[in-house]
Design a protein around this ligand. Structure first.
Ligand SMILES: [Fe+2]
Length: 154
């Protein structure tokens, strides 16, 4: 477990989560627009209640958003975000798998994506998701001090 763990964190109450289709159909968060250099990633704002639930449980300075990823995802590193804590609402494909690579983009390890399960992963290493045939929707927590930066380094 070099790149990802499945931490034993509380399950998010279903009443706080929106249906993936309604998350996808909303306009993206204009305060945090997707980077123009990528076409596989968008964000959506979470409800005040969900934001508060996460903050009550995390007890740390964090930013909370929905992440939407499609099949165009390629190996990349997130800028200014060393790690992420994701809770998948819709994994986007039966065999959706996150893959990690070394600095030369040589494959290292892969992990299955699990719905309604927390994943803490290193986002400063090259990573991508394979097996996404539809749209992947996740609740994502960022702990870095400056919050979200929607840029990516390919
Ligand atoms: Fe990423």
């Amino acid at each position: 477990m070099k790149y990802l763990i499945y931490p034993d964190l509380p399950t998010v109450p279903e009443e706080l989560l929106e249906h993936p289709d309604s998350i996808i159909s909303r306009p993206y968060d204009k305060e945090h627009p997707p980077a123009s250099v990528v076409n596989f990633f968008e964000t959506r704002r979470v409800s005040k209640q969900l934001d508060e639930w996460v903050r009550d449980h995390v007890k740390a300075d964090c930013a909370v958003q929905y992440q939407i990823i499609n099949s165009h995802i390629v190996p990349h590193r997130d800028i200014r975000r060393k790690m992420a804590c994701n809770y998948l609402l819709q994994k986007g494909g039966e065999d959706a798998t996150i893959c990690f690579f070394d600095q030369e983009k040589v494959f290292q390890e892969s992990y299955p994506m699990l719905e309604r399960v927390w994943h803490i992963l290193k986002t400063d290493e090259f990573h991508t998701v394979t097996g996404v045939t539809g749209i992947r929707v996740a609740l994502s927590i960022c702990f870095d001090r400056f919050g979200w930066d929607q840029g990516f380094k390919e």
